[in-house]
Design a protein around this ligand. Structure first.
Ligand SMILES: [Ca+2]
Ligand SMILES: [Ca+2]
Ligand SMILES: [Ca+2]
Ligand SMILES: [Ca+2]
Length: 555
């Protein structure tokens, strides 16, 4: 689904990962290789080693269930790509049933990584997925943590203790919990999250995607939170203690019934830092303040070089932001709507009241989804390359700056939509119309800017389609071009011919070339007989998803 250039970047990245994986694999490790997708817990070893049994083996430092420890060094569980569905119901902390309880330092990683081919651990709503207990260090790499469900803390992952947790190139997907739908931190150890996605997680309290509840230091880089929801604070991210820093991250399309649709903080003294972050399209319900970000009384949110735009509240205050505590600007932000939002700090080079012209959340290259910047965005090149441009690459890994300066937010560069103009029946074609056609922002050269609402690709007009498309085609012709398109040409179309496909060819009137005997006289003042192009394109209706797949980036 990548364009050629991005595919090459992706393949190159995978190759680098593979090289790293090989080099890592050759380093000293106590390896356990999982070799069954079944959720086994065999007190008498049966010859196959499940993920659950592998964790038990490391926890107990003794071969179990068919798993065999080998080597020495760091502890590692190698998990082939595919889906591992947890089926053993029951609530314990011994890893026999329900969630996978980890009580020993370990690295769990997928071993045969390819595009869309990670290892999925699916709790199938019987319990959470991973429960990290005690002062142990855990690394989870290339794993999709899916469909955990608990009434308590952490639907996907619950972490306690003073050890560290690293989530690397992983996805926390569709988990639900009472507190912290995706991941809940109840320990003081550092948490690092890189190149990961939190999507579709939910909670009946706060922290739809992630809740940092303890005095931990949380570092999140190059990651995306989208489609998460909470009943109280923080649809995407919530913090009630500690320090949480988001760098090169996207927080998009999350919802809280309470305050902080994208990011919220409350309860105890805590600090959130945003650096090159895009917070867009998040919402709060009728009791909520701050559709994008919300800082409660004891909270400070420091933000710089970040976009906060297109978020909305329902009936309280602060579409993009709201502070009962402190929203401290460290400059070079773009805040679209500052109504009811008190911002302190350095605001000299902030942009306010402007639309950043974001593209849709999409696969723009790199391991996570991002919002691209359309041409003309005020966020482009706003940050001088020296000084405030502290990040040498964007969320995708694209080098900053592109152009004359660094761009505000998580994405560097200009989105360009692949040419799709010509009525040549192929896609993408070689035309120059990069137009909207399916609701996307027109970045192209088509003079009419694709303002017509019809579904045709609107390219054959060469910019001459100035009619208002109200043609109701009152003529009586019954040939194939009976105007099934929705254009509504303003010409009055007095064509009173009664041709009934005089050409006899049963196909759309070939139009203005004079070659078809049924040539109509209703070209109208606009000069565009759109019925012809409409008929010609009836076989091709590009979807937004298909268009998204052809988004490219200018370098
Ligand atoms: Ca077994
Ligand atoms: Ca447990
Ligand atoms: Ca358990
Ligand atoms: Ca730039």
């Amino acid at each position: 689904m990548y364009s050629g250039y991005l595919r090459r970047i992706y393949i190159a990245s995978v190759q680098v990962l593979m090289i790293l994986a090989v080099s890592t694999a050759s380093s000293a490790a106590i390896n356990i290789d999982v070799d069954t997708y079944d959720d086994e817990y065999d007190t008498t070893a049966n010859g196959t080693c499940s993920l659950r049994e592998a964790i038990v083996t490391h926890n107990g430092d003794s071969d179990f269930g068919g798993c065999t420890m080998s080597g020495n060094g760091i502890r590692r569980i190698n998990v082939p790509a595919g889906e591992y569905i947890l089926t053993r119901t029951g609530d314990d902390d011994t890893c026999e049933n329900g969630d996978l309880d980890i009580t020993e330092t370990v690295q769990i990683r997928a071993t045969t990584v390819a595009e869309n081919d990670f290892a999925t651990v699916n709790a199938n709503d019987i319990d959470r997925v991973f429960h990290i207990i005690g002062d142990v260090d855990v690394q989870i790499q290339n794993i999709i943590v899916k469909d955990g469900d608990v009434d308590g803390n952490g639907g996907g992952i619950l972490k306690t203790g003073t050890g560290t947790l690293e989530l690397d190139t992983s996805t926390i997907l569709s988990n639900s919990a009472g507190y912290g739908g995706g991941v809940y931190n109840a320990g003081t150890g550092d948490i690092t999250i890189v190149d990961s996605t939190f999507s579709g997680n939910s909670t009946t309290d706060s922290g739809g995607g992630f809740w940092n509840h303890d005095a931990a230091t949380v570092t999140i880089e190059n990651s995306t939170f989208t489609g998460n929801s909470s009943t109280y604070y923080g649809g995407g991210v919530f913090q009630s203690q500690g320090t949480l820093t988001l760098t090169n991250c996207t927080v998009s399309g999350n919802h809280a019934d309470g305050s902080g649709g994208g990011i919220g903080s409350s309860w105890n003294t805590n600090t959130i830092n945003l650096d090159f972050v895009t917070v867009a399209g998040n919402t709060v319900g009728s009791s909520g303040y701050g559709g994008g970000i919300y800082a409660d009384t004891d909270s400070t949110i420091n933000f710089r070089t970040s976009i906060i735009a297109g978020n909305s509240m329902q009936s309280k205050q602060g579409n993009d932001c709201y502070a009962d505590g402190t929203l401290n600007s460290n400059d070079y932000n773009l805040i679209q709507d500052t109504t009811d939002c008190t911002i302190t700090g350095t605001t000299t080079n902030n942009i306010t009241g402007q639309d950043p012209l974001l593209g849709p959340l999409a696969d723009n290259g790199g391991p996570t989804m991002t919002h691209g910047l359309n041409e003309g965005s005020p966020a482009l090149d706003h940050i001088p390359d020296t000084g405030p441009c502290t990040e040498g690459a964007d969320q995708r890994g694209i080098t900053r700056p592109d152009g004359t300066g660094c761009d505000i937010g998580a994405f560097e560069g200009v989105l360009v939509i692949a040419a799709d103009a010509g009525p040549d029946g192929s896609f993408p074609d070689s035309g120059t119309d990069a137009g909207a056609d399916a609701g996307m922002t027109d970045a192209g050269t088509d003079a009419d800017a694709d303002a017509d609402a019809d579904a045709d690709v609107d390219a054959g007009d060469g910019g001459s389609d100035s009619d208002a498309d109200t043609d109701t085609d009152t003529d009586a012709d019954t040939d194939a071009d009976t105007d099934t398109d929705t254009d509504t040409d303003t010409d009055t179309d007095t064509d009173s011919d009664s041709d009934s496909d005089a050409g006899g060819d049963g196909v759309a009137d070939a139009g203005l070339d004079g070659s078809d005997a049924e040539e109509e006289a209703d070209e109208g003042s606009g000069g565009c007989d759109c019925r012809q192009t409409g008929a010609g394109f009836s076989l091709f209706q590009p979807t937004a998803a298909l268009l998204n797949s052809f988004i490219q980036v200018l370098f």
